[in-house]
Write a protein that binds this ligand. Structure first.
Ligand SMILES: [Zn+2]
Length: 441
């Protein structure tokens, strides 16, 4: 059977490109993980479930994938910029806990949610605090290459200097002048030279709990350098795919590219992939808008905006029905429709076992498998793949009712398609029989 080759939409080139690993059959995949200072947000879950589908599909195609997804447990400041409080220290003050107690609690909670959604664990899950030395080494290299400077124990990346040789706005197709115009003017208090300069290393004030010695004094790393240092350590200076939520592209990923080019004069990866955001009844899901529910609230239905709870697999199926680059709208109607669809799919999987094999066939399954592969090879188009599964559901239901005839081979092929696309690739499980054994805090 001939399939379309795998094409992936690359944010950097703004088009779909043929995917060829740099060192086949190996694929290096890096996804920016959670900042573990609070419960994981459903929008982040969507990102990680999307990349779970991508990881599963690459494995299914036979690639040997090293999937690295970090845990941000230091250095991520309020507002994603250099100003403001450290998120861990702030939360620790509020709850009277050690910063690492916060990290431990929410890392465990994050893993519980990821397990409930049946995501495969990454090959390596490195933490920022476990890679301080690697980050310091990378910062030293960037300074010695002339792209960073130190002021009072804080090291800033020199965007102006970098922009003389590289295109700072390349990932999101923005002009440097526009980026500068959209950033606040520097005041007398500012240490940095340019408005777009960002911190690689931050001098720790006496009250700052998380701190490490460095060549520039006691401090802690900026947020962006951790992903550059850890992806380089585990996947090499240039690897195949870097992913994350699309809200990371404009600052975090833009700065990752700058750091890699300033350090080793290379692009960190071949493909940049970004997942789109979640909306609730048409408006962006956010805590401040009061419409952000947590995964646990979605499972129990314990939230004013939810009419009822939905099983993790019904939610996962719901996410598969929208392409990862489209916005996904949570509404009670859409969730209930997805839940019905998921139950129909699982019921057909069970019915297949009771279909009587016939000597003659009246069905054709070959186009289902081909169309499902072609859909997944077209930038992981899961909604089109799911539509093919429903064509199979229709055939199984008709055969079970005696309206269509399936041979022994047809039944074996239907089982194989279900194993590949429903369980291995879409990562669904049948949770319609036993409820209540998913433990999520
Ligand atoms: Zn990152």
């Amino acid at each position: 059977m001939e399939f379309q080759p795998l094409n992936i939409y690359n944010t950097l080139s703004r088009q779909k490109e043929r995917f060829e690993p740099l060192n086949p059959p190996f694929v290096g995949l890096y996804v920016c993980g959670p900042t573990v200072y609070s419960d994981v947000h459903l929008g982040n879950c969507r990102t990680f479930i999307s990349f779970d589908l991508i990881y599963r599909y690459l494995l299914h195609l036979g690639y040997k994938v090293r999937y690295v997804r970090n845990i941000t447990d230091a250095g991520h400041l309020e507002g994603d910029r250099d100003e403001g409080d450290d998120k861990f220290a702030k939360k620790a003050r509020l709850e009277q806990l050690e910063p690492m107690e916060i990290v431990q609690r929410y890392t465990l909670g994050f893993h519980d949610v990821m397990r409930a959604f049946n995501t495969l664990p990454p090959s390596i899950e490195p933490t920022a605090t476990g890679h301080i030395i690697e980050q310091i080494e990378m910062i030293k290299q960037i300074i010695s290459n002339g792209y960073a400077y130190e002021v009072n124990g804080t090291v800033y990346f020199d965007v102006e200097k970098y922009s003389k040789e590289f295109n700072y706005g390349q990932l999101t197709n923005r002009l440097l002048e526009d980026m500068i115009a959209n950033t606040r003017e520097l005041g007398g208090q500012d240490e940095k030279k340019g408005r777009l300069d960002f911190a690689l290393w931050i001098n720790a004030k006496p009250e700052h709990i998380m701190r490490w010695p460095s060549p520039w004094g006691v401090g802690f790393p900026g947020w962006h350098i951790e992903c550059s240092a850890m992806s380089t350590k585990y996947l090499g200076a240039t690897f195949d795919i870097h992913g994350g939520g699309m809200d990371l592209a404009a600052t975090h990923h833009t700065n990752e590219i700058a750091q890699s080019q300033a350090c080793s004069n290379v692009q960190p990866c071949r493909f940049w992939m970004h997942t789109n955001m979640l909306t609730v009844n048409g408006t962006r899901m956010s805590k401040s808008a009061g419409n952000g529910f947590l995964p646990g609230e979605l499972f129990t239905g314990n939230h004013p905006l939810l009419e009822k709870g939905y099983s993790p697999m019904a939610v996962r199926f719901f996410m598969m029905q929208t392409h990862y680059r489209s916005t996904l709208d949570f509404s009670n109607e859409a969730l209930q429709a997805a839940e019905k669809g998921y139950q129909r799919l699982m019921s057909a999987v069970k019915k297949l076992n009771s279909v009587k094999a016939s000597d003659v066939t009246s069905v054709s399954l070959s186009s289902i498998r081909k169309n499902a592969y072609d859909a997944m090879n077209d930038d992981f188009n899961s909604p089109v793949m799911v539509a093919q599964l429903f064509e199979l559901v229709r055939i199984i239901n008709s055969a079970n009712d005696g309206k269509e005839k399936m041979t022994k081979e047809d039944i074996a092929e239907a089982k194989s398609i279900i194993q590949h696309f429903v369980f291995d690739i879409a990562g669904l499980m049948d949770d319609t029989v036993s409820s209540g054994d998913q433990s999520v805090r």
